[in-house]
Design a binder for this molecule. Structure first.
Ligand code: PEP
Length: 256
């Protein structure tokens, strides 16, 4: 059985004190669920170490929102997996649609980042998803399958099995629109079948697939009742401890 994940992407929000304060509230409200689901919060790089310090011993993990694939050297402004680990991080989001769109991040770069995260013992959360135009052109499955295939190029099955994929339809991120549970399940199923096609049954059945895109306390339960959805990557709603707490509770509550 796959262990479920509730991950919060704090994006470019909150300074040091606000991050530590939110982490403390998440711990107080929901730390009790950390034994049954993986809870992850992803603050900015600047707040990562202090947030990790606040959460030490709670079972709640901290992640980064991006990384650079090179190991060290003259890469001004960049942060590699080793530095993330050193600061207390154990997960890292890669290929978020905001980075793909605003920073023109490519599938090739996503693949390099995934490889370097695996090498640095950080769990990648690999974001994939179609734009509205691609959805309207009935191209969702092709787009998502292609992103998955390219993200895993050259990665061994044992390493791939420990990664996490977040299916985040671009049109649903921060818009208040979200895919129906049935639509999300169909794409998550296609993602799992793509992993099966690249590797084998064991790898496909081990990879954890999250849904992301305007997840809230009132829509998470439907999503979690679907077979191939193993949790959620939550943006806006993860900035409110009470709301994120309800989401975590719903994810934990669906475990049989
Ligand atoms: C995200 O940024 O990954 C996300 C899903 O955002 P939101 O929940 O705000 O749509």
């Amino acid at each position: 059985m796959r262990r479920r994940i509730a991950a919060g992407n704090w994006k470019m929000n909150m300074g040091l004190e606000a991050s530590v304060e939110l982490a403390r509230k998440v711990k107080d409200f929901t730390g009790i669920h950390a034994h049954s689901v993986d809870i992850v919060v992803c603050p900015t790089f600047l707040s990562l170490a202090r947030t990790a310090g606040e959460l030490e011993g709670s079972g709640i993990a901290v992640g980064a929102q991006d990384c650079y694939h090179e190991s060290q050297g003259a890469f001004t402004g960049e942060v590699n997996p080793e530095l993330i680990r050193d600061a207390g991080g154990s997960y890292c989001i890669v290929g978020h649609s905001e980075r793909r769109t605003l920073m023109h991040e490519t599938d090739k770069e996503v693949n390099l980042k995934v490889k370097s995260l695996i090498g640095g013992c950080i769990v990648p959360i690999i974001c994939v998803g179609e734009t509205l135009a691609e959805r309207q052109a009935l191209d969702t499955m092709n787009v998502v399958r292609g992103q998955v295939m390219r993200a895993y190029a050259g990665i061994e099955p044992e390493a791939a099995a420990r990664t996490v994929i977040a299916y985040e339809p671009v049109w649903a991120i921060g818009t208040g629109l979200n895919a129906t549970a049935q639509d999300a399940q169909a794409v998550c199923r296609a993602i799992r079948d793509t992993v099966r096609y690249i590797y084998d049954d064991t790898t496909a059945d081990s990879v954890r697939i999250l849904y992301g895109g305007s997840v809230k306390a009132d829509n998470i339960s439907d999503l979690m009742s679907e077979k191939d959805i193993d949790g959620a990557l939550v943006g806006g709603a993860s900035l409110k401890a009470a709301e994120f707490g309800k989401i975590i509770q719903a994810i934990a509550g669906m475990i049989q």
